[in-house]
Write a protein that binds this ligand. Structure first.
Ligand SMILES: Nc1nc2c(ncn2[C@@H]2O[C@H](COP(=O)(O)OP(=O)(O)O)[C@@H](O)[C@H]2O)c(=O)[nH]1
Ligand SMILES: [Mg+2]
Length: 428
């Protein structure tokens, strides 16, 4: 006969596996969502385990879950740091499926009947659920150390500006890295372009149309060549935006048209409309796009203050886009904007960004929404109401640009012309 175990006793693999299975049951998940029901959740674990002939009391189940989550979070934080090797552990995948939402494409195309992408719909509160913390271990407001290394100095700003302005795609002279920004209306795409341009101009400017709003359904492809100050050469970076003429940009855009832009078929200034898909008959259609016409990296843009309330279909739209864009071997990153709206400390002092748990948590949620690891996600605070530049803010924006360029450059490396040097006779 099985005997009741003490809470400090070891858990066998089968017991942990059973615990995780119970955790993944719908009833358990529903119970977990109810505030103040933690004790009932642990009681449920204990009762359900007993039915399987496994005896651990509720407090032992609580301790075990806590330990598993801590181990998972440690591994996840490690994996999310730039440059770290991806680690795993015995229960990592199971816990990631439970807590981190796997970046798998579900296969349900999130498009409307007319084929337009779903960017806006009725708001729902449960679009993404990422439960890294229990009610009784709510996140602390601030981390002791920055979880990504950042240097907040004028020298760092100058050095990043130099790196970015001197960037030229490897093995492809004369080409610029074309980056397409994609995201819901109001996520901060135009603001990001303007902010980056402002840093290079040395003053806050509003070059990309920011925040205009109307219900216009006309959309246009617009490319912004990021320039240094007067007299300086342009940088190797072009930021492309599918702007709404008067706002409402993503409403009515089809997957077909987004892919035409990425493949380089759509000419500059191309206007999009769901009933006139980009094709051979389109004026200015680029039949055989060269490297300079194509998009080399896609940056998804999401608003940190809206992650919890984005429409349910948005995650599916992102995954649908990501699947098609990945099929074209184009790397993707994500920008998390409006971080100042979710963290007052960071709003006051942007150097707090990587110490803020709420921003870290929201970056994880953005990764979950997009189906990508957090290591691809970078936070930015765009210039929205400020009149003057701030060196720390500039550093954060420039790090985002540097991050984008690294992934754009991978495209050039992947597509480097084959070296056809003289053949060496090895005499065999
Ligand atoms: N506080 C704050 N506001 C922002 C930020 N980024 C954009 N905004 C504001 O959000 C609104 C929508 O931005 P916009 O760039 O037009 O979004 P788009 O539709 O994606 O191009 C504008 O009012 C911006 O000023 C940010 O990082 N922080
Ligand atoms: Mg815009």
């Amino acid at each position: 006969m099985a005997t009741r175990k003490k809470s400090w006793e070891r858990w066998g693999d089968e017991e942990v596996s059973a615990l995780l299975s119970i955790c993944s049951e719908d009833e358990t998940q529903q119970l977990r969502l109810k505030p103040g029901h933690n004790s009932k959740v642990y009681e449920r674990y204990s009762v359900k385990l007993r039915e399987l002939g496994i005896f651990h009391d509720a407090s032992a189940c609580r301790d075990k879950m806590k330990k598993l989550k801590q181990d998972y979070k440690k591994t996840k934080d490690h994996n999310n740091k730039w440059g770290n090797d991806q680690k795993s552990s015995k229960w990592y995948d199971r816990l990631d499926a439970l807590l981190g939402h796997r970046p798998a494409f579900s296969g349900t195309a999130s498009t409307t009947d007319s084929g337009t992408l779903v960017w806006e719909a009725a708001e729902t509160k449960d679009s993404v659920a990422c439960e890294l913390y229990d009610d009784d271990e709510a996140p602390q407001p601030k981390l002791e150390y920055q979880w990504r290394e950042m240097e907040w100095t004028e020298e760092q700003k100058v050095s990043l500006m130099k790196t970015i302005s001197s960037y030229r795609p490897s093995c492809h002279e004369g080409t610029q890295a074309r980056v397409l920004l994609l995201g819901p209306v109001g996520s901060g795409k135009s603001s990001f372009i303007s902010s980056v341009q402002s840093v290079f101009n040395g003053r806050v400017t509003n070059r990309a149309m920011v925040g205009t709003s109307s219900t216009s359904f006309t959309k246009k492809l617009q490319s912004f060549n990021i320039h240094g100050q007067k007299g300086e050469d342009p940088t190797g970076l072009v930021l492309c935006d599918i702007v709404g003429l008067g706002g409402g940009e993503m409403t009515g855009l089809t997957l077909h048209d987004v892919l035409s832009v990425i493949k380089g078929h759509a000419p500059e200034g191309q206007k999009f409309s769901p009933d006139q898909p980009v094709g051979c008959e389109t004026v200015g259609y680029i039949k055989k796009p060269g490297l300079k016409d194509k998009i080399h990296c896609v940056a998804f843009v999401v608003d940190a203050s809206k992650i919890r309330t984005y429409p349910k279909g948005l995650g599916t739209t992102f995954r649908l886009l990501r699947k098609h864009i990945s099929d074209l071997d184009i790397h993707q990153v994500a920008l998390l904007t409006q971080i100042d709206l979710i963290c007052p400390e960071t709003a006051k002092d942007v150097t707090q960004v990587y110490k803020s748990r709420i921003i870290q948590d929201m970056m994880n949620k953005a990764g979950d929404l997009l189906g990508m690891s957090t290591s691809y996600v970078v936070p930015v605070k765009n210039y929205s109401s400020e009149l003057d530049l701030n060196v720390n803010n500039d550093v954060l924006l420039l790090r985002a640009v540097d991050h984008i360029l690294q992934y754009a450059d991978l495209y050039f490396q992947d597509n480097a012309p084959q070296h056809t040097g003289p053949k060496i006779d090895l005499g065999v």
